[in-house]
Design a protein around this ligand. Structure first.
Ligand code: NDP
Length: 287
């Protein structure tokens, strides 16, 4: 494959991507709305295009990493996309991904949407474990897979261009819940004799021990469509336990605003007759 590409968008992420391709010896043409951000990359050997259209014209493979989907449309508006392989690494919704795929197809480009599961310091560092979820044109992915794997590992998740964004956002949503829990946990122990470092070690081990087996159980139960089996920690038990979590927060003067939404959902599940099962049924209740 050709070891060259154009990259539009040199924010924190775009710059990290550009550096990784340049370090691997790729020929990279870059463009950024604010030109000054391209200068450090010029010094590393990048060609700096004067316009987005010029960057698009430079190479068959065009990667965009912009702020949001609207900025992708605004940036590529005047460019000739015919025959281009367009890879969009801008975070968006699944609908954004599908609409952008149709938009690219109308303009004669192949399209791949990507969701980056990494932060900039993980780019170019394979052992950091980052990856990009890709969906859309399988042909484009096969053609450029080797290039796409240079900055971060790549995982193709299907022809539906919305699938990468969907899984990206699902993972980020899970992370959001996890961070909510971590925030509440530290708020509880704050101002006591606890040493934060010691508590952090407990917390990290606990989250790992709970999350790993739990997601596997949930997946199995969803596949089988059977949730209300004899659960070792059933919802009725967990709802009783929630009272202790809420009372402890009150004793410690800590707001329960992060805790209550999930507790309410569990109560609803029990009220609807799912007390013997475990949490998987709540996936259905949310839908
Ligand atoms: P930055 O805020 O650092 O950079 C944003 C980039 O978008 C800049 O190049 C900016 O140009 C450009 N931009 C914004 N609006 C427009 C517009 N209307 N027209 C043209 N260009 C525009 O963001 P990041 O680099 O961190 O993020 C880029 C994408 O990567 C986002 O979608 C983000 O969700 C995703 N991502 C980021 C991660 C991170 O940890 N940083 C992690 C995973 C995904 P200018 O310099 O002119 O302002």
């Amino acid at each position: 494959p050709a070891r060259k590409l154009s990259l539009l968008g040199l924010g924190a992420m775009g710059t990290a991507l550009a550096r990784a391709w340049l370090a691997a010896g790729y020929e990279v043409t870059v463009w950024n709305r604010t030109p000054a951000r391209a200068e450090p990359l010029r010094a590393l050997g990048a060609t700096v295009a004067d316009s987005a259209a010029e960057a698009v014209a430079a190479h068959e493979l065009v990667v965009v990493c912009l702020w949001d989907d609207a900025s992708v449309g605004a940036t590529l508006d005047g460019a000739d996309l015919r025959g281009r392989d367009l890879v969009n690494l801008t975070t968006g919704t699944p609908e954004d991904g599908r609409a952008r795929a149709a938009w690219a197809a109308e303009r004669g480009a192949r399209f791949l949407d990507g969701g980056i599961m990494a932060v900039p310091p993980m780019v170019g560092v394979p052992e950091a474990g980052g990856y990009v979820l890709y969906s859309g044109s399988a042909e484009l992915f096969a053609r450029h897979e080797e290039t796409l794997r240079v900055p971060v590992d790549a995982r193709y998740v299907g022809a539906d261009a919305g699938q990468a964004a969907l899984q990206d956002v699902a993972l980020l949503s899970a992370m959001s819940g996890m961070f909510a829990g971590i925030t509440h946990a530290f708020a509880l122990v704050r101002g006591t004799d606890v040493r934060y470092g010691d508590f952090a070690a407990l917390l990290a081990d606990w989250l790992r021990a709970m999350a790993g087996p739990s997601v596997g159980t949930t997946a199995r139960q969803l596949e089988q469509g059977v949730y209300d089996t004899e659960a070792p920690s059933n919802l009725a038990m967990q709802v009783a336990g929630n009272a202790t979590l809420l009372r402890t927060a009150e004793e410690r003067g800590v707001s329960t605003e992060l805790l209550t939404p999930y507790a309410r959902l569990m109560e609803r599940a029990v009220a609807e007759g799912h007390g013997d099962g475990d949490g998987t049924v709540m996936v259905e209740l949310l839908a």
